[in-house]
Design a protein around this ligand. Structure first.
Ligand SMILES: [Zn+2]
Length: 256
């Protein structure tokens, strides 16, 4: 087993530190900044085995060089694209083993937000960068709506209790749009209350779970009649399939 430690970066990024429960070894996910990570490593006396990167955006990788030069240990870097000299390239279906086999993470291609976007996951955990957020999803910058829709649909098929470690605290903002789309969704109304309590106490709302997201996140609910009706009345035309529905929803939120 392992513990996942939250490290805040920039305004609303999360860098995740996965710590082995039986040793001081750890892995870092998407270090956009080095300073808060270095502080955590020193405070907890940790040894970094690897850095895993979900995609190439600055706020996910900008801390890598400073981390490598500040630390003495041999740190492997895993990503889909070659972003650093010592990057080890990974692909859909690869399985990475850490902490003497106590942690394994599989790689899933999830293009859409960027073309090199990957997620790391196992039966309990999902590190999905800027693909799935709590209550929302990433903007489609490099890929197509179809790629993003397929990526999100694959993530939605993970077990309901999978913990979702996305890279930003966007939840409260996302829920304003989610509520606009499904104002009568009871699970969503409950979740809005929980999230607002957590934020008032200065707590992160992440991790979420796949089960929660399927109940409250409109981007995973493109087959729901309530969502389809809302979009059809917004656009004044029929939407005949889930992909058209997803694309309409993403464009709606981009301008919301
Ligand atoms: Zn990004």
């Amino acid at each position: 087993m392992e513990n996942v430690i939250t490290i805040k970066a920039f305004e609303d990024n999360y860098i995740w530190l996965i710590k082995d429960s039986q040793s001081q070894h750890c892995i870092i996910v998407d270090p956009g900044e080095a300073a808060p990570v270095l502080t955590m490593l020193e405070d907890q006396q940790l040894i970094v085995d690897a850095i895993i990167l979900t995609h190439h955006h600055y706020d996910h990788i900008a801390g890598v060089d400073a981390l490598l030069s500040a630390r003495d240990e041999q740190i492997s870097i895993y990503s889909k694209k070659k972003l650093f000299d010592r990057s080890r390239l990974v692909n859909e279906g690869d399985s990475l083993s850490f902490f003497d086999g106590r942690l394994s993470l599989r790689v899933m291609d999830v293009p859409g937000h960027t073309l090199d976007h990957i997620a790391f996951y196992n039966e309990r955990l999902l590190f999905c960068g800027d693909t799935l957020f709590s209550g929302g999803c990433g903007r489609v910058f490099e890929g197509s709506f179809e790629q993003m829709f397929k990526a999100l649909s694959r993530l939605a098929r993970l077990p309901d209790n999978t913990k979702v470690y996305c890279a930003h605290e966007y939840t409260q903002n996302n829920l304003i749009f989610a509520h606009h789309i499904e104002p009568k969704n009871k699970a969503l109304l409950n979740y809005i209350q929980q999230v607002s309590k957590k934020r008032q106490q200065g707590q992160p709302t992440i991790p979420s779970t796949i089960g929660v997201e399927k109940a409250i996140n409109p981007f995973l609910r493109c087959q729901q009649q309530t969502v389809i009706n809302k979009l059809q009345s917004h656009l004044g035309k029929a939407l005949n399939d889930p992909l058209s529905c997803f694309s309409a929803l993403r464009k709606y939120k981009d301008n919301f």
